[in-house]
Ligand binder design. Structure first.
Ligand code: PMP
Length: 375
């Protein structure tokens, strides 16, 4: 019996050399696990889903047969989402977090060599996924002071003989700036193809853009809706683009638990709206108190987080805040965000504890106390 050889040489480096070059060249999206009593690092909703609604989800789950796949088309949830936006089921796809749908959109739209315009700094997954699918990432600078998305520069970077994909995160994570409906129209009017990430869209009035040609929007139940643990997101676009992306999406990607929870959340949308209003009030308090601290520069924000720059070491301040009980996000390694941290808006008491700690650490206790009162 002869042994067939697969290739002339064994694959070197424990098989790692078999991995696509584009993958070997990038690093993984990581988050160093740190723990503190007040968790203000991931922009989740400040409050848990209420017990009564959790029970309602469980009751509905108990009526389901767990040995049977969920609805192939996730019709009920897509209809509920479509009704909110006055659009059709065919305009909507649902996924296991908006991250999954970001991957689906990128896999569908990013061809090798295609330019992908990414305002920077922003959510790191755009660049990573665009690179994985062979795109050529073209970064454009977010205005470091206004934090606004640089629409003119985005249009400039997208223009050229071949169509480009423009990614816009509005409000932008981690800086908090936005793209107005007028700016979005200008971008689309320039001929660009736009992938708009509305993960934080509920925290400002973004005008709920309608599904039009060359626009794909991503939304999530992880932030304003307070369901981050259940991993539910949705995508809106034209029926034509949705059918193309449906070819890429895995079947049965949402489990029944998540499907039911999203339906219960939508049936109780007033709760989400009330919580968003509270967050916006707290955001004003936190941003004003931070801005009053010595040497602190606050990025204008329309989201449920505030990014800020300090004069000293962000790394040291990050550790000192943990030691005092608050975990924030250290974003000082992001391009152009040297000495910056980002704090999510939590419950009022958490925000107050954070403000008291940072004031004490930056030597400005009295400033925050007087700013914080009644703000
Ligand atoms: N987009 C942005 C801008 C985000 O910040 C996040 C979460 N950090 C996501 C998408 C992912 O959200 P999901 O939980 O829906 O996957």
């Amino acid at each position: 019996m002869t042994t067939k050889s697969i290739g002339s040489e064994p694959i070197a480096n424990n098989g790692v050399d078999f991995v696509r070059k584009a993958i070997r060249a990038i690093s993984a999206y990581t988050l160093e696990p740190r723990i503190a009593p007040d968790k203000l690092d991931q922009n989740e909703g400040a409050l848990d889903f209420p017990d009564a609604l959790k029970r309602e989800v469980v009751t509905r789950i108990m009526r389901r047969r767990w040995n049977v796949y969920p609805d192939f088309e996730a019709v009920e949830l897509r209809d509920a989402i479509a009704r909110r936006g006055g659009i059709a089921r065919e305009n909507v796809l649902v996924g296991n977090g908006s991250n999954e749908l970001l991957m689906v959109a990128m896999a569908t739209l990013v061809a090798p060599g295609r330019r992908v315009v990414v305002p920077t700094p922003t959510f790191p997954l755009y660049e990573k996924l665009a690179t994985i699918f062979g795109g050529e990432v073209v970064p454009v600078d977010v205005d470091p002071h206004s934090g606004a998305l640089p629409v003119e520069a985005m249009i400039g970077a997208a223009s050229g003989p071949d169509p480009a994909l423009v990614v816009a995160c509005s409000p932008n994570n981690p800086t908090g700036g936005v793209l107005s409906l007028g700016d979005l129209d200008a971008l689309l009017g320039s001929g660009a193809f736009v992938l708009l990430d509305r993960a934080y869209g509920e925290f400002w009035d973004d005008g709920s853009p309608r599904p039009v040609d060359r626009l794909v929007t991503l939304s999530t139940f992880s932030k304003a809706w307070g369901l981050a643990s259940l991993r539910i997101g949705w995508l809106e676009s034209t029926p034509e683009l949705c059918s193309e992306m449906r070819k890429v999406k895995l079947p049965y990607n949402l489990n029944v638990f998540s499907l039911e929870a999203a339906l219960v959340a939508i049936e109780n949308e007033a709760l989400m709206r009330a919580r968003v209003a509270d967050t916006i009030r707290e955001r004003a308090k936190v941003a004003a108190a931070l801005a009053a601290l010595p040497g602190v520069e606050v990025f204008p924000t329309q989201s449920n987080f505030v990014a800020f720059r300090v004069e000293g070491s962000a790394d040291a301040l990050f550790e000192q805040l943990i030691a005092r009980g608050t975990l924030v996000r250290n974003i000082s390694r992001y391009l152009r965000l040297e000495r910056c941290l980002r704090v999510s808006i939590g419950e009022p008491a958490e925000n107050d504890r954070f403000l008291a700690s940072i004031a004490a650490l930056l030597g400005a206790e009295s400033a925050v106390q007087s700013k914080g009162e009644g703000a």
